[in-house]
Structure formats: structure tokens, C-alpha cells
Design a protein around this ligand. Structure first.
Ligand code: PMP
Length: 426
């Protein structure tokens, strides 16, 4: 049976009538190739089935949450058991204390944990906490870094006020001079510094921080009294079994977590050091679902797997193979690919593709052949990916390169390209 997307299209049309923009945010079809399915019916392991029944090897992993594989048995069993006992109750279940103990024991810098739902909850709390701790206002954020969709950090300013970001100062990631300038500008009013584990911005090549840079950032935070916040929402547990900046020898004061920590169950966390504990007790942090117990039970099971399995080494090994296979194919078809970032979180961009036209076309063709790839956002490998899945993927991408040669210079929809080009210039 060939690939078709009739049901997906019908759902898109229905959605357009009752859901603003059809589907909002980064999953809006405006930002993706037309072939990209928007509605998924089922998931298992490293595979997804869309509303039309097409099967995909999934390299998006729900944009991060799927770390161990969809429907991971131990995680699902722990969640189901907790579900039988109770989920959202009038207070937390005992599992919350156990989960906090586990997080604190695994993450070297952390002495306490606050649990919430979305990454944005955790990053927003981190900002409040840095201000509460220091009594100061300025927050340093790397230009182009994503920390969530609240008014203070939303990448699209529509509906927000300049005042929402009035006390933010931007610096260039991995550039010590730029960071020093931002610190000088903040003067004695600096409350906190957000650092991504590495530069994983959309639309651009990914960049790992140098050890010297990361340690310099730590030293300047110490000198000024500002809290250093590593935003590990996306990369947490995908690079290390500790906070990601443990790889560059730096312990932050705060770290923010989400996505992978409960293998897809809605849970995020703010972790902090002893120094930040008193302020953490003073800020008001809550949400109707923040104490729900099922995601916490799922997280406990996920953490056990993180400690006891080779999930990380596995995704690195397969990621390396994928990178090498794609590089060979691209060369054979006469294309230059820029593959950046950790191999298990690959960003794949085409050289000489300023308007992302090739990337859109190639990923669209790969999608039709069963490999769910993304043209401008970093991707993710999950631990359930098999050698067989990888082979299928490389067969699909090889054909997609050939199809790209036949289709070029086919234009993607103009409005999509305009949006992307406008975003790149920001
Ligand atoms: N920080 C980072 C680094 C992220 O990647 C994301 C989500 N992509 C967030 C914060 C926000 O998380 P959420 O979408 O769960 O609010």
C-alpha cells in the first residue's frame, strides 16, 4: 500500500475550523513540509503511525519526551499501577518525595526539586527564583535560545509587551567576550544567567560550548552573585546521566528539566543547589496538576532505566551510524550536508540552502518513504531504535536524495519560506 495522507488532510481541514491556525505552535503545518503528518494515531518503540495508517521511524520523539521508546514496558507498568492508586488528588502522593530524592541523588548540583508540568513552568520559576534570591532584576539569555512560550521568552513577540522582556540582556552563546559585555551591562543588578547545555537553536547549526567558556560563565556568576541556570529541558538525560554541563565541569545553581524525565508523561522540574533553597521556599509555585502522581511514578521508572541501562550509549552508537550513512549518501548524490550537534540529537541542514528549500523537499520525500525527519529543528533518537529501523531510514533517505535531484528546484510554499527567512534574520 502506498503512502497517502487523505485522512490527515481531512483532519487538517476540520481543525482549521475549530482550532486557531489548525494546530498551533511549532506543530503548525505552516512550518513543515506538506507531506509531514500532523495527526498521529499510535506509537510504539521508535515508530509512529499517522492518522492514515502510514508507519514512520520517528526522529522527533515527540520533540524530546520519548527517550526510551513509546510505550516502554516498565514505565507504563509503573504509571498504570499509580493510576490504580490515584493520580490528581488533593495533595501529592508519596511518590513525589521518592522522585525528589532520586533526582537529587542523580544530579550532582541539586539538593532539592520542585515539580511542575511544562518546561516553561520550570524556566519561569527559575527566573523568579533568581530574582527572589538576589533581589535584583536582570536576566541574561543567549540570543536565539529557546526557553519556552511564556511572554518573557516567547520567540514570537505577538501579544507580548516590551516590558515583559524589559530586564533581559542578550549575549552570543559560547562567546566569552559577548558574555562579559552582557554582564557589564547588567552591572550590580544581575539576578540570573540562562545557559542552554549547548546551542540547540532552530534553523541554525548546533554548537557545543567549550569547557573554558562554560567555566568562565560559572566564574562570572560567582563573582557577581548571579544564579547560573542550565536549561536542560530539551537535552536533559540525552547527553549525560547528570546535568548536561557536568560534561564541561560546571555545576549550575539551578537546572530546569522536562521532556525526557518521565518518558512522555507530563512532568517537568526545577532543581536547585543549597544556596538557592531559601529563595525556593519563598516563591509561590503551584498548578492544579503539578502534584499528579502518575507522571511521577513514570519518572521514577524512567530514572531507573537511565541509571541501569545503556540507553545513552545506544542512542550515541546509532546516531553515529546515521550521521555517517547520511554523509555518504549526500556525497554520492552531490549534496553537502551540515550535520551538527550531538549525534543522538542531530541537526541536519543542507549547505547552500538559504531558504531551506532543499531541506523541506528532502525531508518531505523521506516522510513519504517512512522516515520522520525535520528540516530545521534538532531531532532526537530514542533507545528503542533498532539497527533494522536505521537501515529502513537510510533506504528512505537515499531515495529521498534521488527524488530531490529529480524535483529540484521545486519551490516549497512561498509563505513558509518567507517565514523561515524572516525568522533567521532575528
Ligand atoms: N527550554 C528548552 C530548552 C526547550 O527545548 C523547551 C521546549 N522545547 C522549553 C524550555 C519549554 O518547554 P515546554 O514546551 O514543555 O514548555
Amino acid at each position: 500500500m502506498g503512502w497517502s495522507n487523505a485522512k490527515n488532510q481531512a483532519l487538517r481541514e476540520r481543525a482549521a475550523r475549530v482550532i486557531p491556525g489548525g494546530v498551533y505552535g511549532h506543530q503548525s503545518t505552516l512550518l513543515l513540509p506538506d507531506e509531514h503528518p500532523q495527526f498521529f494515531a499510535r506509537a510504539a518503540g521508535a515508530k509512529l503511525w499517522d492518522a492514515d495508517g502510514n508507519e514512520y521511524v520517528d526522529y522527533l520523539c515527540a520533540y524530546g519526551p520519548n527517550l526510551l521508546g513509546y510505550g516502554h514496558l516498565a514505565v507504563e507498568a509503573a504509571a498504570a499501577e499509580q493510576q490504580r492508586q490515584g493520580d490528581t488528588m488533593s495533595g501529592p502522593a508519596p511518590v513525589m518525595v521518592e522522585l525528589a530524592e532520586q533526582m537529587v541523588s542523580m544530579i550532582a548540583h541539586a539538593q532539592w526539586a520542585i515539580f511542575c508540568k511544562n518546561g516553561t513552568d520550570a524556566t519561569s520559576l527559575a527566573m523568579m527564583l533568581a530574582r527572589a534570591h538576589t533581589g535584583r532584576r536582570k536576566i541574561l539569555v543567549a540570543k536565539g535560545a529557546y526557553h519556552g512560550a511564556a511572554p518573557w521568552c516567547n520567540p514570537v513577540p505577538t501579544g507580548t509587551l516590551p516590558e515583559d522582556r524589559a530586564h533581559q540582556i542578550h549575549y552570543v552563546y559560547n562567546d566569552a567576550e559577548s558574555f562579559e559585555r552582557a554582564m557589564r551591562q547588567a552591572g550590580d543588578d544581575v539576578a540570573g544567567v540562562f545557559a542552554s547545555p549547548y546551542k540547540h537553536d532552530a534553523f541554525v547549526d548546533q554548537e557545543l560550548p567549550s569547557r573554558e567558556y562554560a567555566q568562565h560563565v560559572r566564574a562570572l556568576c560567582d563573582a557577581s552573585g548571579a544564579l547560573l541556570i542550565v536549561d536542560d529541558v530539551r537535552a536533559g538525560f540525552r547527553l549525560a546521566r547528570d546535568c548536561s554541563w557536568s560534561l564541561v565541569g560546571v555545576e549550575p545553581d539551578l537546572s530546569t528539566w522536562g521532556k525526557a524525565i518521565a518518558n512522555g508523561y507530563p512532568l517537568s522540574a526545577l532543581l536547585g543547589s543549597e544556596r538557592a533553597r531559601a529563595a525556593a521556599q519563598r516563591i509561590y509555585a503551584t498548578g492544579s496538576y503539578w502534584f499528579s502522581a502518575v507522571p511521577m511514578a513514570a519518572a521514577l521508572a524512567t530514572l531507573r532505566e537511565i541509571r541501569e541501562s545503556d540507553y545513552l550509549e545506544r542512542t550515541q552508537r546509532l546516531g553515529q551510524k546515521l550521521r555517517e550513512g547520511l554523509a555518504q549518501q549526500a556525497a554520492a548524490h552531490g549534496y553537502a550536508l551540515r550535520q551538527t550537534g550531538p549525534v543522538q540529537m542531530p541537526q541536519i541542514l543542507f549547505q547552500d540552502d538559504p531558504d531551506f528549500r532543499r531541506g523541506f523537499c528532502w525531508t518531505g520525500e523521506a516522510v513519504k518513504r517512512g522516515a520522520l525527519l525535520h528540516p530545521w529543528h534538532n531531532m532526537f533518537l530514542c533507545a528503542a531504535l533498532t539497527e533494522g529501523d536505521l537501515e529502513k531510514t537510510l533506504a528512505a533517505t537515499d531515495e529521498a536524495f534521488a527524488a530531490l535531484q529529480r524535483r529540484e528546484p521545486g519551490l516549497g510554499p512561498v509563505e513558509k519560506l518567507r517565514f523561515l527567512i524572516a525568522r533567521r534574520g532575528e
